[in-house]
Design a protein around this ligand. Structure first.
Ligand code: FAD
Ligand code: PYC
Length: 422
């Protein structure tokens, strides 16, 4: 373990000094590394899953000769385009094990990475507006209890106490039946998670190379030999491809086809308001969800776009639908102004579970297919994927998510638990 930097103490004088230097002379959180000719492991993609895997490889398995190669800037993919919801109320045993681990790592992530990731387990409700959804959530709550995940069903009266702004009742188009409540569900600051993993990984000796696109994965005699990048060739015996919706294109030249569909998922935030909403609320069937950031902005999202594609613009119809759903549930928000809107390209698999594992060619691994729900999984997935690559014991957490499950018909269907309709 490298020595930890002492925690900085701020005084009025030191803050005034900071203000006077006008953003000059900041110490970079991680150095901008130049590509070397060779590494033991190259990780393609500087999103959450690539960076977390790099960090745990170094921290837990002592492998430090690693480059994380990112075509743009860290967090430019979905890492910092998401709405940062963290929960572990999934339905299948394989997923519950993975998301439970990830959630428990989030509980101590700020200490582990010596960086405030603003983890806020403020509680999360998943609202049910039909008997069928009520039944499905009740099954999820039962399964969660069985697997040691704290979630349970609550009646409409309790939901009203948690969400005073919610307009519900028999007069509504969507009368509320109840909700699943996860008291430790919540949010974190997405880009802080990225910066924290990057900074710690760099302190452990890992090279973080930005603005360097991997154009091709090279092989010699049926095994991985390195990558060709926009800044030259790098040799490596092991390559992890963690490039989200760009993964199928990178692997296609090796004859590997991944069942992944790229789709735009959009979100928007309002002007800052005084505290009005202190839990995260998801209404999956009505296709909308909402939370309030620490700055006071309402963070709102809904279903994915209807047509697949790589456009990060997103279709207007989806934003209109999401806004209409939110106003149906929270009519008092009708005059709140929206400030920003964006989209990310999410990588959807047929069973809405990720693809993690070795890929047949010696030295080649993949971690992708997180679709609309991979932010919450970053610590657990990184921990498990690092173990898989290093031949460690924790590999069992990610082992069920191999590509072969589609050939074997062993799907891990999480379409009902994925919160966002697609
Ligand atoms: P990314 O963060 O996208 O990282 C992949 C990286 O690979 C990118 O930085 C990209 O630039 C890089 N790359 C691609 N091709 C190459 C190449 N050839 N060479 C080098 N680098 C390359 N999840 C949740 O859990 N909770 C939520 O509330 C939530 N909300 C969301 C809301 C929106 C609007 C969106 C878009 C997503 C949301 N998600 C949420 C999903 C979550 O953001 C993703 O599942 C997660 O960030 C995926 O992480 P990743 O590391 O696989 O991908
Ligand atoms: O994975 O919980 C989730 C989520 C909510 C909205 C988008 N993703």
């Amino acid at each position: 373990m490298p020595p930890r930097r002492p925690t900085r103490r701020y005084t009025l004088t030191s803050l005034l000094k900071e203000a006077r230097r006008q953003h000059r002379g900041w110490e970079p959180a991680w150095p901008k590394a130049e590509p070397k000719a060779s590494y033991e492991i190259v990780i393609a993609g500087g999103g959450g899953h690539g960076l977390a895997t790099a960090y745990y490889l170094a921290k837990l398995h002592g492998i430090r000769n690693i480059a994380v190669v990112e075509k743009g800037w860290l967090g430019g993919g979905n890492a910092a385009r998401n709405t940062a919801i963290i929960r572990s109320d999934y339905l299948r045993p394989e997923s519950m094990a993975l998301y439970r681990l990830s959630h428990s790592l989030f509980e101590h992530l700020s200490t582990e990475l010596d960086f405030n990731v603003m983890y806020s387990p403020r509680g999360l409700v998943e609202l049910a507006y039909t008997r069928q959804h009520m039944e499905l959530l009740a099954r999820t709550a039962d399964a969660n209890t069985h697997y040691g995940i704290k979630s349970w069903m609550i009646p409409p009266d309790e939901v009203r106490k948690l969400l005073p702004l919610l307009d519900d009742g028999p007069h509504k188009r969507y009368p509320l039946f109840g909700a699943l409540w996860q008291p430790r569900g919540g949010i974190a600051r997405h880009d802080a998670v990225i910066w924290a993993y990057a900074r710690m990984a760099a302190q452990l000796g890992i090279d973080i190379i930005e603005n360097c696109e991997i154009e091709r994965i090279e092989t010699i005699g049926g095994r991985i030999s390195g990558v060709r990048t926009s800044r030259g060739t790098i040799s490596a015996g092991t390559v992890l491809v963690a490039t989200a919706a760009d993964t199928p294109a990178l692997l296609a030249s090796l004859g590997i086809n991944l069942p992944i569909e790229p789709v735009a998922l959009q979100a928007f935030v309002s002007e800052p308001l005084k505290p009005a909403l202190d839990v995260v609320a998801i209404a999956g069937e009505v296709e909308g969800y909402i939370s309030q950031s620490d700055k006071g902005e309402l963070v709102i999202g809904g279903a994915t776009d209807k047509a697949p594609g790589y456009s990060r613009r997103g279709a207007f119809a989806s934003i209109e639908d999401t806004a209409a759903s939110m106003l149906e549930l929270f009519p008092s928000l009708s005059r709140v102004r929206m400030m920003r809107h964006w989209a990310g390209t999410v990588d959807i698999t047929p069973d809405r579970s990720p693809i993690i594992g070795a890929l047949g060619l010696q030295g080649l691994f993949v971690n992708c297919g997180w679709g609309t729900g991979g932010f919450k999984a970053i610590p657990g997935s990184g921990y498990g994927t690092a173990s898989l690559i290093a031949g460690g014991k924790a590999a069992h957490v990610v082992a069920p998510f191999g590509l072969d499950r589609f050939r074997q018909g062993r799907l891990i269907d999480e379409s009902a638990a994925s919160a966002v309709a697609h």
